[in-house]
Design a protein around this ligand. Structure first.
Ligand SMILES: Cc1ncc(COP(=O)(O)O)c(C=O)c1O
Length: 374
């Protein structure tokens, strides 16, 4: 947030900043989705809806998830919230009691830690193997189970590393959780952006419904970050608890955005494929270019739209001791915004979002090269 605020300040002063910070698609929301929102306005669909979302949208979400992943959820197992972040917040508050342990692989999306802390839970971090592309295995997680373990959070593909959990390992992880009655929260925010494997949801396993908690989001898949629509697929008792929480906090997600979301779920899906093809080109370019910078290594992201290079070679010199200081220097001297790895639980990395044009990527990476090697 600090880097984003500083970048914004520089930009407002007319400074030419290349922004690799933004965690959102640079594509506009597809036209058919925008038109659905315009129709909703024209038809005065502008009033309260049910707090947990309209029946129409819950049905559409269940249908989309069934078609994409072969699951079989009913609207009673679905809630629509104000973005995926809201879903993860509500799910965590509904599940985690003070003292409960929640297992979180490192590097992690920043929010997990804070929502677990807010619920009074204890985060148990599991290191992954950078040399193997930040790969995780069920065995690694298993070592961290205790009688207090309440939930495991999986984010595949991962923000920030782009790591994808192999299907066989995901199934083993599910079996470990299931056998212990531990919830497996699967954050499917980037599940459609996979470069070398087919879309997969652990919720499609026959026994998954009792312990798997799906947190879904339309933000990245349909370039709808500002619309704020996310959903959970979870056991009905948990959906009821989340509904209670939501009805006394935010109430319903915006009615117009819900209509747009129905179109996203049921309309043509070609925009998702087009975005993925573009991200793949950018991923290939960014990783190759980063690896040309002397001393920098970069694991190959297998999904999402982030690269997570190790810039440890630039630490401990020129007054830069940590990645926050590196990010500040990158912004102030090279005019490139990157997110420091400390935010994600590692100490030698920065996150580069390649949800920006190839031209911007080339410009920004030339500047970073100069900063690190110059
Ligand atoms: C891993 C991950 N999960 C969930 C979200 C939630 O996105 P939103 O609240 O926009 O749906 C994000 C957004 O950056 C994310 O990176």
């Amino acid at each position: 947030m600090k880097v984003a605020a500083d970048a914004e300040r520089l930009r407002s002063q007319g400074v030419d900043v290349v922004d690799f910070g933004a965690g959102e698609p640079d594509f506009p929301t597809p036209e058919n989705i925008k038109q659905a929102a315009i129709r909703a306005l024209d038809q005065n669909f502008t009033k309260y809806t049910a707090a947990g979302g309209t029946m129409e949208l819950k049905q559409a979400i269940c249908q989309r998830h069934r078609e994409d992943f072969g699951t079989a959820y009913e609207p009673s197992e679905c809630i629509v919230s104000v973005g995926g972040k809201h879903v993860i917040f509500n799910l965590t508050q509904a599940v985690v009691n003070p003292g409960d342990e929640v297992i979180i692989p490192v590097p992690y999306w920043v929010t997990y830690k804070d929502v677990v802390n807010y619920a009074g839970g204890k985060c148990v971090f599991v290191e992954t193997d950078e040399a193997a592309g930040f790969q995780l295995s069920a065995a690694l997680i298993e070592k961290h189970f205790t009688p207090k373990t309440r939930m495991v959070i999986m984010n595949s593909p991962s923000n920030p590393s782009g790591a994808v959990l192999d299907q066989a390992e995901f199934i083993k992880l599910f079996e470990l959780c299931h056998a212990r009655g531990v919830y497996l929260l699967t954050d499917e925010c980037y599940c459609h952006f996979l470069y070398d494997s087919a879309p997969f949801s652990i919720a499609s396993l026959p026994d998954a419904k009792k312990t798997v908690l799906v947190a879904g989001s339309l933000s990245k898949t349909y370039a709808m970050t500002g619309w704020r629509i996310g959903f959970a697929l979870a056991p009905p008792a948990l959906i009821t608890a989340m509904n209670k929480l939501q009805s006394h906090s935010t109430s319903n997600p915006t009615s117009i955005a819900q209509k747009a979301a129905v179109e996203a779920m049921l309309g043509p899906q070609d925009s998702v494929r087009a975005m993925l093809a573009e991200y793949r080109k950018r991923r290939d370019f960014v990783v190759a270019r980063l690896r040309q910078i002397p001393g920098v290594t970069c694991a190959e992201p297998r999904g999402a739209f982030y690269a997570y290079p190790n810039i440890g070679c630039a630490l401990g010199r020129n007054g830069v001791q940590n990645t926050l200081q590196f990010a500040e220097k990158a912004l102030n001297e090279a005019r490139v915004a990157v997110v420091p790895g400390e935010a994600f639980g590692t100490h030698a990395h920065v996150r580069i979002s390649y949800a920006t044009s190839l031209k911007e990527l080339a410009r920004g990476l030339d500047r970073l090269h100069q900063l690190i090697a110059g």
